[in-house]
Ligand binder design. Sequence first.
Ligand code: CXF
Ligand code: ZN
Length: 371
Amino acid sequence: MKTKAAVIHEVGKAIEIEELDLNGPGAGEVLVRYTHAGLCHSDVHLKHGDLPARLPMVLGHEGAGIVEDVGIGVTRVKPADHIVCSFIPTCGKCHWCATGQQAICDMGATILEGSLPGERWPLTGPRGQYGAMCMLGTFSQYGVIHETSAVPIRGDLPLEQAALVGCGVPTGWGSAVNVAGVRPGDTVIIYGVGGIGMNAVQGARSVGATNIIVVDPIQWKREKATSVFGATHAVEKAEDAQQLAIDLTYGVGATSAIITVGVADSEVVEQAFRAISKGGTIVVTAVGKFGENTVVLPSAELTLFRKTVKGTVFGDCNPTSDIPQILDMYQGGRLKLDELITERFALEQVDEAYDRLLAGEILRGVIVHEH
Ligand code: CXF
Ligand code: ZN
């Protein structure tokens, strides 16, 4: 069948819309009609060359849709099921899945290669075999994915909001709840309140942090963080956050600091490290430039003040259990998703949408697919 998709061919070049051929689902594979895709910053990491990927690649790794068909042996989903696509597949069998760490499932090894298990390339076009970002390629009307990337959800959930639970929401929420391990009474600093950071705010609030300080250069995002998502304080500059944390805690400092800026660099990592108290934790959720030494810190302070530096992918969530649970929290009114979506776009507008995201005009943009 044919599918219209947004493709990156070369680093630094515009994203192009192309009509591609899509093979039907093979063994263990699922044909999905994508209804919505979220515009996460990581797709632009490929365009900017921050992350090395095999090209051409159909972009999009945050999405939801409806199962149209399944290949031989598929047991996780069936036709007509509504699904959220997880940007990390979960095999359920590797060491990491078996020890409750699905976010680092061994199948994640090929997410920037874009092929399916068994060297399968369901997408082809004028430039040969096309990969799919995170083995999904949600910036396409249809996709063939491996069943390990599909998480079935209740049919009464809105797919537009559900799409965001494939990456940004669990990544942010889990960075606070699972990785920083925020507890009641804590003081947390969150650097960058975009589609990830705003959910770290929600996570910190849900477990009872006393002070949730956000740092962001964009005024409307700071305001939204406090008025809608539960941040208690919002500042423009990192130095102000550090001072505020000290003032609010009788001189102790922040319990944890979570980095969710567009691209992590050594400056923000150092600022976070300095802002936390003795025994505190920094969480590096934002991706830095590949191959660059982004974490450069005084080890004497790390040792003598017993500080912790943690990295995380998917906020250490387990897609198969946490995606449905996060959606349950949304349905129960304990987590906000509607308010994350500030704009909707047609597939053809993807490049323009990313320019606007990078200009700080959008919190989460959603591509609404036409069929
Ligand atoms: C990214 C992490 C780096 C690889 C692509 C996906 N995660 C979320 O946006
Ligand atoms: Zn993402």
